[in-house]
Design a binder for this molecule. Structure first.
Ligand code: BGC
Length: 763
């Protein structure tokens, strides 16, 4: 894909603290009778061409396969906007540009219907937050909601009405580059995070000028691309679809999400964009979703390359029949739907339904009352990159850091004495922490690790720096995959000497921002280039190594995990990365993050996930006939839910309020949690169950609840979870979402592999 910005720019805004007002439209319907009346009245005035226009979305910036749009093609699109043949644009940014785009529609088209303007605001608009996978590691739903709130506020101030986020695709295969955009491998955590993000973007009212419509994507199962290769075929069972892939989408719908985006992939032979089952039956039928579905970029046209449509006409017919309401950038609807209706192949009531959904969201956003309301230069100046937004970013960034190893309590470091060597290709990098899918982030605008450490230490300790080696060479951008430095070790010697002079080394290695994201799948998910060699050389020179691992996915890091004493997994943390990492390195913040995804020992284990099935032969010994690899363990290096703290938490045994739950009833599960260490800290207490016998096989463990508990040193607290029979429900052999009677194991503990155990029965 080629992104070529040709017209609209944006002015950089500054300053001022904007208060966070976290509201929720959770559970609220998108149906407001007064608005429905307006929608109907407007629909009654529209010609067929105007209706189809509402279903057509263009980008201001791109051309999918070819070079930059030919001179004049923009003019044609602008003419179409003037004639009411375009309902939405994406990639128009900034108060001025969005106002100009809106004027084209509102002041020229016959009915003056405003455009809905969207952008991928995935983890921040200009103030960047941790990549979503990183934020999920915070397990802090308030912080995640606050992050989306800020992103929405900045985007709204830049004239946008709509973000193509949250991305809620569950992913079990870290080769997939888009794993960075979601909340990891678990449907329960994924559902909670999806709802928090929707609430954050949409606030308490879509019509408020600092909220935007959210879009849960990519519906559905895009994260299950075979072998982790982006856009690849998906072939999963109905149980995996229903029990694993769909719950975050359902949670987003329950939280009032205004829109969904469908997916590029096929599932079981039917591309999601053409899937009646997914869109009409489940989403708009069972879940009663009243918002609209936008296709993914060109995905209606791609029905032809999938080999399910012979031409654009066929593709449009399949997509509109399936319930894809808006056509992003394939022009199939605008070119063919009118004839399809006139020839009787598509009933006009299908078009009306899609138009109604789109107009509904436009009315809810307040676009008819104030089409230019969002495009406000003053607000844009005040809000974007405000001090308060940067603080919110730093807060969640440090909460997202996961302490993977800390032998001999090497961490936290003392910032008041000694010599700290800051080494590595990512140590002074101000760009990688911004991550992939970075909306309007300014290149090289993150606080680097080196800057963060220098500011924290001041003149109290000595800080030395050496890059050691480059990670990526040449161009680093959204369009191309980066080239990695496989040979140049000329910086090693200086780095080794720097390490020798220091009491401790902080080594920043991992992934470039453009190693993950769309179109960036990899077969090797270890350290690229010469980084592992650099690590070994530095470790030879100084054993006190703290690795700061920056990455968009879980990496294979066996040598590191075995040898170096301390590892902080810091993802790509956004604008305030360096400060957030320094906060943790020096103990100003006690790490509390937990992995939302398993860390494999080897790429060959993928897909790898904690909530796997038992198989018929789960264990064995020296005879080979059991489910295992002969050259590697089955287990992850670090399991889902894992993360250490600078303090220690002790769990008491589990107490159950009863040994049984009745259908429709509930059970309380309680543990005592004590902070037995010397520092205050937060622990994510996790509850897992196993349904021992089901009508279909059940996972060996499933997360069903979590609570983030803060305790002072020595403090003790009871932590209680309420388990309802509804929480034990799943998509059964009957094709229903229901709980089945029987025995269950329950664990409460610090990660998916360790926990206190009890048993109960559901009657
Ligand atoms: C991506 C979507 C994104 C869209 C618009 C597509 O290539 O798959 O996630 O929202 O582009 O930028």
């Amino acid at each position: 894909m080629k992104y070529i910005r040709f017209e609209f720019g944006v002015a950089l805004g500054v300053v001022l603290l904007v208060s966070l007002c976290i509201g929720s439209i959770s559970g609220q319907s998108l149906i407001d009778p007064a608005i429905e009346a307006k929608v109907d009245s407007l629909l009654g005035k529209m010609t067929l061409e105007e209706k189809i226009g509402q279903l057509n979305q263009y980008s201001s910036t791109f051309d999918v396969t070819g070079p930059a749009p030919a001179a004049g093609s923009n003019k044609i699109r602008y003419e179409q906007i003037r004639k009411g043949q375009v309902g939405s644009m994406l990639n128009v940014v900034g108060a001025d540009a969005t106002r100009r785009a809106q004027q084209l529609a509102v002041e020229n088209s016959r009915l003056g219907i405003p455009l809905i303007l969207g952008l991928d605001v995935v983890h921040g608009y200009r103030t960047m937050f941790p990549i979503p996978l990183g934020e999920a590691a915070s397990w802090d739903l308030d912080a995640i909601e606050a992050s989306a709130r800020v992103a929405g506020t900045e985007a709204a101030a830049a004239g946008l009405h709509w973000t193509f986020a949250p991305m809620v695709d569950i992913c079990r295969d870290a080769r997939w580059g888009r794993i960075m955009e979601g909340a990891g491998e678990d449907p329960h955590l994924g559902a909670q995070v999806a709802a928090a993000r929707v609430k954050g973007f949409q606030g308490s009212s879509l019509s408020a000028l600092d909220t935007i419509a959210a879009c849960a994507k990519h519906y559905a199962a895009y994260g299950f691309a075979e072998a982790g290769r982006d856009y690849n075929t998906v072939d999963i069972s109905i149980q995996t679809l229903r029990n694993i892939a769909l719950p975050p989408f359902k949670a987003a719908v329950d939280a009032g999400v205004a829109t969904l985006m469908n997916a590029f992939n096929e599932i079981g032979g039917v591309p999601a964009t053409a899937s009646v089952h997914l869109q009409r039956k489940i989403l708009k039928g069972e879940w009663e979703f009243d918002g609209f579905v936008v296709s993914d970029w060109g995905s209606i046209g791609e029905l032809i390359t999938h080999g399910i449509a012979k031409d654009n006409v066929d593709a449009a017919l399949l997509a509109i029949t399936a319930g894809s309401d808006m056509d992003m950038e394939s022009s199939a609807y605008v070119q063919t739907l009118a004839d399809l209706v006139k020839s009787g192949r598509v009933e006009e009531k299908l078009i009306d339904d899609s138009v109604r959904r789109i107009l509904r969201i436009k009315f809810l956003l307040g676009l008819f009352d104030a089409p230019y309301g969002y495009s406000n230069n003053e607000r844009e100046e005040q809000v974007i990159l405000s001090a308060g937004h940067l603080l919110t970013s730093r807060d969640i960034a440090r909460k997202s850091i996961v302490l993977l190893k800390n032998d001999g309590n090497l961490l936290p470091l003392n910032k008041n004495r000694g010599t700290i060597a800051v080494i590595g290709p990512l140590a002074a990098d101000k760009d990688a922490p911004l991550g992939s899918w970075r909306a309007q982030a300014i290149t090289n605008s993150a606080v680097s690790l080196l800057e963060g450490i220098n500011e924290a230490v001041g003149s109290n300790a000595r800080v030395l720096y050496s890059e050691g080696a480059k990670l990526a060479i040449g161009q680093r951008n959204f369009l191309q995959s980066s080239t990695y430095n496989e040979n140049d070790k000329s910086g090693f010697q200086a780095a080794v000497e720097t390490a020798q002079k220091a009491d401790v080394v902080v080594l920043a290695i991992g992934e470039d921002a453009w190693q993950t994201g769309e179109g960036r799948s990899q077969v090797e998910i270890g350290l690229k280039g010469v980084q592992e060699e650099l690590l070994k050389e530095i470790y030879k020179a100084n054993k006190n190594v703290v690795v700061v691992l920056m990455a968009g996915r879980p990496l294979v890091i066996n040598w590191m995990a075995e040898n170096v004493p301390a590892i902080l997994n810091t993802w790509h943390l956004g604008s305030q990365a360096g400060h957030a990492i320094a906060d943790v390195l020096f103990g100003d913040y006690n790490p509390s993050g937990k992995l939302p995804v398993s860390f494999p020992r080897h790429g060959g284990q993928l897909p790898l996930y904690y909530n796997h099935k038992s198989t018929g032969r789960p264990t064995g010994g020296s005879i080979v006939f059991w489910s295992h690899y002969t050259d590697a363990l089955n287990t992850p290096l670090y399991p889902f839910g894992f993360g250490l703290s600078y303090t220690n938490f002790e769990y008491s045994d589990i107490r159950l309020s009863s040994e049984t739950i009745d259908m429709g009833g509930e059970l309380r599960v309680t543990v005592g949690l004590t902070n037995t260490g010397k520092r205050a800290g937060a622990e994510v207490v996790q509850l897992y169950v196993r349904d021992l016998v089901g009508s279909v096989t059940r996972p060996v463990k499933e997360l069903k609840g979590f609570q983030k508990i803060e305790l002072a040193s020595g403090q003790n607290r009871e932590v209680t979870f309420t388990l309802t029979s509804e929480k034990l429900a799943f998509y059964t052999r009957n094709g229903k979402w229901e709980a089945e009677p029987g025995r269950f194991k329950v664990w409460v503990g610090t990660n998916s592999q360790e926990g206190k155990e009890a048993e109960f029965a559901l009657h």
